[in-house]
Design a protein around this ligand. Sequence first.
Ligand SMILES: Nc1ncnc2c1ncn2[C@@H]1O[C@H](COP(=O)(O)OP(=O)(O)OP(=O)(O)O)[C@@H](O)[C@H]1O
Length: 304
Amino acid sequence: MAIIEVNGLRKAYGGRPVVDGVSFAVEEGEIFGILGPNGAGKTTTVECVEGLRVPDGGTVRVAGLDPVADHERVTPLLGAQLQESELQAKLTVREALELYSAFYPRPADWRPLAERLGLDGVLTTRFGKLSGGQRQRLFIALALIGDPRVVVLDELTTGLDPRGRRDTWKLIEDVRDSGVTVLLVTHFMEEAQHLCDRVAVIHAGRVAALDTPQGLIGRAASSTVISLTPSRPLDDADLAALPAVASLERKDGRLVINGTDETVDAVISLLARHRVTAHRLRVADATLDDAFLDLTAVLEEKEA
Ligand SMILES: Nc1ncnc2c1ncn2[C@@H]1O[C@H](COP(=O)(O)OP(=O)(O)OP(=O)(O)O)[C@@H](O)[C@H]1O
């Protein structure tokens, strides 16, 4: 069942459309990612889902309710991550948890929540003194304090070190495993690839692609990266004849070919045919990063 439904959403600022007919549906219990370059309209889209912005056109439903017209009924269902500026530096973690509990008719008990998020050791610490990772954990706790069915997280791990980012991913997975649907805006492809069940790529206010991370990678022109150092140089004409090659680079005697599974088969037969040995042969799936760059390059080419 779709818990979030966005249909033909439109929003303009000063006559300039920034969200221009966005549609997607988020199933209950999934982690749904919204990706896109800077200024693509991601935050505006999720702010419409949160009822913080009034759409100019289209419809948004959260559990069947309109987040603007039914704001009071949607608020307890939807937890949103705060922006840093919304918490005072002098507030302690305990005070923040107590304060935000008071906003909801049926809040979750903040003590086990704080424990689950590893905040029990910093309850008396002021917000201004928390590390980046501790702040993010507090924001997740505050987003969950109303015991919501959906949580919206916008660039949650920006500014965290790799360890902090991975710890936060684990927390988000725990949140999903506890039955909460997660709508996640992110710039980090690795994060989307690791966490999201499905992603919508937004480009210039429209949904440019909507698929599983693996599906997006599979659709990219270069879904596989082959690298090898041949025992003797391969002929340019043979390399040019390889099928489905998206790019080919030579560096210090090493060949890096972006292509598909078909390219891999052809490279192997080429090597066999010419009795060339491949040293340090590596075949890797392309990443969501590669697929995203591919997709946005195609879109920008079309626009130009
Ligand atoms: N309140 C506003 N008034 C005018 N323009 C705005 C307003 N909010 C956002 N914009 C503009 O709308 C466009 C889309 O902004 P939005 O924040 O939705 O994009 P985004 O995809 O979240 O970008 P980013 O990745 O940089 O956060 C941008 O060009 C932004 O400058």
